[in-house]
Write a protein that binds this ligand. Structure first.
Ligand code: PLP
Length: 372
């Protein structure tokens, strides 16, 4: 018998939003709308699709192992040196490399309860001690996180805006926080949803900071519409980026992903449309939630987290929506058992979702006589 290390035997792997084909198979439903994984309802960037078809005949070649042209394109876009950027197969891959490169077995990882499950899984996968601080009314409690630092703390993970709550912390809050953190502790600032938040006047855009102990993580999976290709990057001090290159797998992101990412980064028209549609869809949702009495957290991202009275209600609500062909994300595994997340959609998807939500919500409310 092969002995499985305890931390792997006990590991709960990452569980993604339910794929459309899986639900279709399970329930025999034909009309399905998925608003579970914060994907772009407009599809991929058209410029990205175009270069993919142009590069398809190069699939027999290994790609540039350091993603030279992509790294340069990102550096130009965010005003950094190429030596301050490393790319990977999605930001999830980068998060894994951060644990590999910067932590030893006993180093404590500090973060919040109710944040991105991918970070928890990456930390648990390596058997590192994980300390989670309670959210403060669904917001990161930066003061409590700073107070929880000990001599064992090695990495602090923050997501801004946070997934699954959609809440964000301000520039002032972040500035105060970084002042309190000793420079031998790495701060990982995950900005997966920054495109949706960066127009907020008090949003602390992480790439504007030049700190020796800060890594900013971004992805092209959300606003750029390239989740299926897997492209993410880290930006920060050269001394940190250098270490990530040591542990990174050589040929990621793959060749088509690199080409598509370069094109997508230049697709301003698509990005503008994306942000616009997101605003419209979320506004329609907000109006409906207010009208029917569903609670939610104010969002700076491309999704809302609805909050229900009990975990049971949230679970059954999510199941009820699934049965009607609407895939949402029940976020108990993120540490919020009363929450269900929904991302913005096309106008048609938004309407379908809200019709289903209204029906399921009122049916359940009646059944359980829950007064919310
Ligand atoms: C906060 C946050 N970070 C990272 C990721 C991972 O994104 P990807 O691996 O697709 O780049 C997600 C995806 O949901 C996320 O919400």
């Amino acid at each position: 018998m092969i002995r499985i290390p305890k931390h792997i035997a006990q590991l709960t792997p990452y569980k993604a939003g339910k794929p459309i084909d899986e639900l279709a198979r399970e329930k025999g439903i034909t009309k399905i709308v998925k608003l579970a994984s914060n994907e772009n309802p407009l599809g991929p960037s058209p410029k990205a699709m175009d270069v993919i078809s142009k590069n398809i005949n190069q699939l027999h070649r290994y790609t540039n192992p350091a993603a030279f042209r992509l790294v340069n394109a990102i550096a130009k876009k965010i005003n950094k040196l190429p030596s301050q950027i490393v790319t990977g197969s999605g930001s999830d891959s980068i998060l894994q490399y951060i644990v590999t490169a910067f932590s030893d077995i006993d180093d404590e990882m500090l973060t919040s309860e109710g944040t991105f499950i991918g970070w928890y899984v990456n930390v648990n996968k390596y058997g590192r001690p994980l300390k989670k601080i309670q959210l403060n009314n669904y917001y990161f409690n930066l003061d409590a996180i700073a107070d929880a630092v000990t001599e064992k703390t090695k990495i602090i993970y923050l997501a801004n805006p946070n997934n699954p709550t959609g809440s964000y912390f301000t520039k002032q809050q972040f500035d105060e926080f970084v002042k309190k953190i000793p420079n031998n502790i790495l701060i990982v600032l995950d900005e997966a949803y920054t495109v949706y938040a960066e127009s907020l006047p008090d949003y602390p855009n992480g790439v504007n900071y030049d700190l020796g102990n800060l890594l900013v993580i971004r992805t092209l999976s959300k606003a750029y519409g390239l989740a299926g290709l897997r492209i993410g990057y880290a930006a920060g001090a050269q001394e940190l980026i250098k270490e990530l290159y040591k542990v990174k797998l050589p040929f990621e992101p793959n060749m088509l992903a690199q080409e598509a990412a370069i094109a997508a980064l230049d697709d301003d028209e698509f990005l503008t449309k994306t942000v616009e549609l997101n605003k419209v869809s979320l506004n329609i949702m907000k109006t409906k939630f207010d009208q029917i009495g569903i609670q939610y957290v104010p969002t700076a991202a491309n999704f809302f987290m609805m909050i229900f009275h009990t975990a049971e209600f949230a679970f059954l609500f999510n199941e009820g929506c699934l049965n009607r062909g609407l895939i949402l994300r029940y976020v108990d595994t993120f540490g919020i058992p009363e929450g269900v997340r929904i991302n913005s959609g096309t106008l048609e998807e938004t309407k379908f979702a809200l019709d289903v939500i209204e029906d399921v919500y009122f049916q359940l409310k009646k059944k359980y006589e829950v007064s919310i």
